[in-house]
Design a binder for this molecule. Structure first.
Ligand code: MG
Length: 378
């Protein structure tokens, strides 16, 4: 069973409503669909995270494709690790991870389909029957955020997650309103690197009265020391997100005791295998990992769900993003959480069937370019 063809398609995934985070607003996310076909006709599906324009990710995938063509699908570790040392990937490991994650995902999908087993079973087997996800509060104004938070709490989400980093007044107002809307449910706040050390200590001091369960990546992604300084100063748990990509990043954060939780996606880690290595390092340090969502479809959310099912030191309140899209690329399975939870995926591979009409529309939206993308939102 050898890799015969690799097809890449850049896609624009429109958000239902403008997506606000750390002072930025997005109307759509860019991804690259990766379809890998074997010489015996099996097709695996993967998705690489991109940004606009996505041609850089497409070119990088096409650049590594010759190293995969003609090779056995089973050799996932050898192929992906080997690809990390090719060309410019050697000195751009984070970029390499985003590129290769979609390709590796497609290989696991093929292997699961060939074996007749879901991916989580090939990766050690499920350690839980369901994965818990947080309610991701959306909105621009304080009233919109509070209303959405109230709906998410009513829907049974045990963990509610709010973006901050939108300025002091807005952060304090929004957090107070969301806390009031959700009662005693757990509340996580994510400023997405928006604060300096001093700002983080100041802001977390102000936000503490709203009892955040943890603050995610308060300081710039490049400094582990900054995060540790904040963690030691504030007495509120800190989660590392953008500061973590590779297993080596996890090691360093755990070694320095710079965070209480690791928030990580398979895209950042560079695939399902690398995510497992990263999670194992955190597990050895007594640190839980939390699935990190990015602007992706249900393809990635399904792949990450398989990881969630098989990762021993997984936190609850994990992140998915496909629910924020106007339409998902996935017709099966239904990835709608029930009381914040999604159960076992039992179909072979990722268990994902694509909605080809939605896929066509996402490809067309991408082709229309950045101007129409701005018109997607209200
Ligand atoms: Mg985050």
């Amino acid at each position: 069973m050898k890799i015969a063809r690799i097809k890449t398609t850049p896609l624009a995934l429109a958000f239902k409503e403008p997506y606000h985070w750390a002072g930025r607003v997005d109307h759509a996310a860019a991804v690259v669909l990766v379809e890998v076909e074997t010489d015996d006709g099996l097709v695996g599906i993967g998705e690489s995270v991109a940004a606009f324009p996505a041609e850089g990710i497409v070119a990088a995938l096409q650049g590594v494709a010759p190293q995969f063509l003609g090779q056995p699908v089973f050799d996932v570790e050898r192929l992906v690790t080997g690809a990390r040392h090719l060309g410019s990937f050697n000195h751009t490991p984070w970029h390499a991870n985003f590129v290769l994650a979609g390709l590796e995902m497609a290989l696991w999908d093929i292997l699961g389909k060939a074996a007749g087993w879901p991916v989580h079973r090939l990766l050690g087997g499920a350690v839980r029957d369901e994965v818990d996800y947080f309610g991701f509060v959306q909105g621009d104004t304080t009233d919109e955020l509070a209303e959405d938070a109230r709906d998410l709490a009513a829907a049974g989400y045990g963990v509610i997650y709010l973006k901050v980093g939108r300025g002091e007044a807005a952060d304090l107002r929004n957090t107070a309103a969301v806390r009031a809307a959700i009662g005693g449910r757990r509340l996580r706040l994510d400023p997405n690197c928006a604060w300096s050390v001093a700002e983080a200590i100041y802001m977390i001091g102000k936000l503490r009265e709203h009892e955040p369960e943890w603050i995610e990546q308060p300081t710039p992604l490049t400094s582990i020391a900054a995060m540790r300084q904040v963690k030691e100063a504030v007495g509120v748990p800190i989660a590392a997100d953008q500061a973590v990509f590779t297993p080596a990043d996890v090691y360093e954060i755990c070694r320095q005791r710079a965070a209480d939780v690791i928030v990580l996606s398979l895209h950042e880690a560079g695939g399902l295998l690398a995510f497992g290595k990263a999670a194992a390092i955190a597990e050895a340090a007594g640190v839980p990992v939390c699935l990190h969502g990015q602007g992706v479809s249900g393809i990635s959310d399904a792949a990450q769900h398989h990881l969630g099912l098989r990762t021993a030191n997984l936190s609850d309140g994990n992140q998915i993003m496909h629910q924020l899209l106007v339409e998902d690329l996935v017709s099966v399975p239904d990835l709608t959480p029930v009381k914040g939870r999604i159960g076992l995926l039992e179909k072979p591979g990722l268990g994902v069937e694509l909605d080809r009409d939605a896929l066509h529309r996402a490809a067309e939206l991408y082709r229309r370019g950045p101007t129409p993308l701005k018109e997607v939102g209200p």
